[in-house]
Structure formats: C-alpha cells, structure tokens
Design a protein around this ligand. Structure first.
Ligand code: ACO
Length: 433
C-alpha cells in the first residue's frame, strides 16, 4: 500500500533529485519504491544477495526474523502446527483462508484424485543410474510433467492454474517416493487415495508388496507436521527462483523444477542432510569444542550447519516445534538417548552461549533438528531434501499463482554494476601476448 511519506535523495554535485514514495505492508519494515529512480537520477541500486530488497508484494507468508515469528496468511505457525493438517494448510496458502468443511473435503478430493503419475512417466526412472541423488530425479521428473499434462499449461487460464496446482501437490510425493524405490531396487508402490496426504507418502515410501504396511499414527502425525512447517517461507532462494522462472511465462511444472534445483544446495534445503553429516563427523560431545574452533576460524569456510538464517536473527520458530516432535517420535519408536540427538542438543547449548554465535545472532534453524527426526522415521539422508521439496511445492505453487494473478507482474530482470574491461578492439591471435 502506498504511503504519504517520501524519501528524497539528491545526487551530489548536481541539482538532480528523486522523491521516492514509501510503501507500508500489513506488518514488517516499510519499503521505498525505487522504480523511478533510474529515470530521474540515472542510478541503479546495488544489493547483492537481495538482503535489502523486497522483490514483490505478497499476501501469503509473513516472517519477523528479529523476534522469530512465522505466519501463513496471518495464522501463527505454532497454531497451525498444533491444530491444522497439511492439506488444510495447502488450501490456506493457495486460497487465502481456511476452508469450511465442504471446501476442505472438495479440496482434499481434488488433490488426492491426482496422485497417480502418467504410466509412461515410469519409464523415465529407468533412464537414471540407481545411485542418482533423489533431487536429480525430482528435477528431471517434475520438469517432465510439462510433457505429459498439456491440458493445464495455459498459465493465463484460472482453471488450468487450479488443475496444475492440484497435479503438482498431488504428484510430488509419488515422484519422490518412486525416486527412493528406484534407488533401492524395490517395486514402485502406487498411491492410495483413501489415506491422508502424509499417510499416503509414508505408504508409498515404506510399503513393499510382500507384506502389509501398517501406518504408525505418531509417525504420520510427525510427517504431516514436518510438511506444515516446510510448506512456505516467503521469498527464499527457491521461491524467488520459481517466481523468476515464472515471470517469463514458463509453465508451472518447469518453474517448480527450477525451484527444486535451487532448493538442492547445502545453504538452503540441503542443510538438513549436511547437519546429519556434520553430527556424524563430530562423533562425540567431547569433540564439540574443537569443531566449533574450526567453524570460528574464518579461513576454514566451515559452518555450523543448521545454524543461522538470512531472515531469523532469533530462534527459528520451526526449530522449536520440530525439536519437540523429535522427542515424541524417538519416544514412540523406543529410541532412548539417540546419540545424534544428544550431540545436537549439547552442540546447540554450547553454540548458543558462545560469543561468536551470540554476536552474529546465529540460532538453530529448522534444519538443525529435521534431519534427526527424518532419520528416526526411517528416511535415508539422501531423501531429506527431496522431502523438503515435497512439502515446499505448495508454497512454490501459491507464490507462482499469486505472481501470475498480479496485474503489475513483469519479467524479473535485475541489473548489475559492470566492472569488467572497458571497450577494447579485437586482437588477432598472432598479436596476443
Ligand atoms: N556457522 C558459522 N558462521 C556463520 C553461520 C554458520 N552456520 N551462518 C552465518 N555465519 C556467519 C557468517 O560467516 C558471517 O560472519 P562474518 O560477519 O564474520 O562475516 C555472519 O555469521 C553473518 O552471516 P551472513 O553471511 O550474513 O548470513 P547469510 O544471511 O548470508 O546466510 C545462511 C544465511 C546461508 C543460512 C547461513 O547462515 C548458513 O550458511 N547457515 C548454514 C546452512 C544452513 O543451515 N542453511 C539452512 C537455512 S534454513 C533453510 O533453508 C530451510
């Protein structure tokens, strides 16, 4: 929303000035709208990593990183985690409000009716090596959905957008579970629409035709919770990737495949996998001080994985929720004193009282504990980021849809400050030094 206040900047040594309007949102920092500055002063802004740039207007998710608040459409994550379920959260993110009973049922049916993959897509899996990372398979197969569902590729048609949203949310669990089954040489398990979204995922992932798979309600509740916590997180790297790809008019399946690629990195969705590796490498509580010294030695480029966040300069609220869920799951599974969890709790305690981490406001993020809970639930480390992608697909789709439906939407095209060579003539090979 525009505001009556302005910021004025004057270019030193000239009489050129720009009166920049301010905009306020419902909550969070105000912004100044620099769109006319280039025309008035001939200047761009410089913000590598976009730490100070609002790239869009959005009504979906709000984060207050200083106090550790996360809300989807205004609802605090703690309340959604306690009272809601993943498909209800999907409806909320996509449509702006919680569904009434009938809307909820229709939505659930709409999603669950799309869980199967086109049978021809099965053959794609055979093209991958068995040891392919599940995220490599996900990038490929999700992108390939655009080759199968031509009837929902018209991004300017609301019904087409609705169907592709259903398809993406419904099919990513099948794609991820099959990536795992392929890697271990087990038969693909087809989806079951009588199960909840989380139950169906556990079923496709863990079941084998040789015996009955019984779903443990504590585990399916934990799975649902993990999905809720990861469903959206405003303009993070992968979401911004989806928006940037979508701003060109690319189809939603291609855009979500781009988001999956962006999520893969260890600084983003790959962090929970990296946390587990880090804990395993540390090995014992007595090695924590040495490990932290390595992290603090800036020449090493080592990081305390699962700590720090671009936006949270306080405890990530998702980390608190997942830490509790972690204890519940381990108790249910009869795992007493899991060495990795014990190590993680001690590492967190020591880091939170260390000046290096205090000064830099580095707190645990969601990934610090998510790897431990996923491991206890029987997921191999390589699947962690794929599970994150399954949960985040709804957030990506909601943000993509919001962007396409915004009348002011333009292609995303940042500028740069060019610091390469000035113009110079071509030099023939025999005259080069
Ligand atoms: N361990 C050690 N030092 C750290 C860490 C860390 N995990 N995170 C940041 N720092 C240091 C930085 O080196 C920097 O130090 P300096 O001021 O002496 O140069 C200072 O803290 C400030 O950090 P920034 O670089 O400004 O943090 P930025 O916002 O660029 O990065 C990020 C955020 C990428 C998440 C970073 O904290 C990190 O790499 N953490 C580990 C990986 C991780 O857990 N990622 C998951 C993020 S949550 C998610 O995607 C779901």
């Amino acid at each position: 929303m525009s505001d009556k206040r302005t910021v004025t900047i004057t270019l030193d040594g000239t009489n050129k000035k720009s009166v920049i309007p301010l905009m306020s949102g419902t909550a969070g920092a105000d912004v100044f709208d620099i769109r006319k500055v280039y025309g008035e002063l001939g200047l761009f802004t410089f913000d590598p990593g976009y730490g100070a740039t609002a790239s869009c207007e959005s009504k979906i998710t709000y984060i207050d990183g200083d106090v550790g608040v996360l809300e989807y459409r205004g609802y605090p994550i703690e309340q959604l985690a306690e009272k809601s379920n993943f498909l209800e959260v999907c409806y909320l993110l996509l449509n702006g409000d919680l569904p009434n009973a009938e809307q909820g049922k229709d939505f659930e049916m709409g999603v669950m009716r799309h869980t199967m993959l086109h049978e021809q897509l099965r053959t794609f899996y055979n093209g991958f090596r068995r040891d392919a990372h599940p995220m490599a398979v996900m990038c490929g197969v999700v992108g390939a959905l655009s080759a199968f569902y031509h009837d929902s590729l018209d991004i300017h048609d609301a019904e087409s957008r609705r169907i592709s949203a259903f398809r993406l949310i419904a099919k990513v669990p099948t794609i991820a579970a099959w990536a795992y089954k392929y890697s271990v040489g087990q038969p693909f398990v087809y989806p079951r629409n009588d199960l909840t979204y989380a139950e169906n995922f556990l079923h496709m992932f863990h079941a084998v035709p040789a015996e009955e798979y019984k779903i443990n309600p504590v585990l399916s509740k934990a799975m649902d919770l993990i999905m809720i916590l990861h469903a959206d997180h405003e303009q993070n790297a992968s979401t911004s990737t989806v928006r940037l790809a979508g701003s060109t008019g690319a189809n939603p399946f291609a855009c979500i495949a781009a988001g999956i690629a962006s999520l893969w990195g260890p600084a983003h969705g790959g962090a929970n996998e990296a946390v587990l590796k880090m804990l395993t490498d540390i090995g014992h509580v007595r090695n924590i001080p040495d490990f932290l010294e390595d992290v603090k030695d800036r020449g090493n480029h080592a990081k305390l994985m699962g700590f720090g966040h671009r936006v949270y300069k306080n405890y990530d609220p998702r980390a608190k929720i997942i830490q509790k869920a972690c204890h519940d799951v381990l108790r249910e599974l009869g795992i007493k004193g899991d060495p990795l969890l014990d190590l993680a709790i001690e590492l967190e305690k020591i880091a939170l009282s260390d000046k290096y981490f205090i000064d830099r406001k580095l707190y645990p993020n969601v990934d610090f504990y998510s790897g431990i809970i996923l491991k206890a639930m029987g997921f191999p480390t390589s699947m962690f980021t794929a599970l994150f992608a399954v949960s985040r697909t709804v957030g990506w789709v909601a943000q993509w849809k919001e962007m396409i439906e915004d009348p002011d939407q333009r292609i995303g095209r940042p500028r740069q400050i060019y610091t390469g060579p000035a113009t110079r003539p071509y030099v023939d090979t025999d005259k080069r030094g």
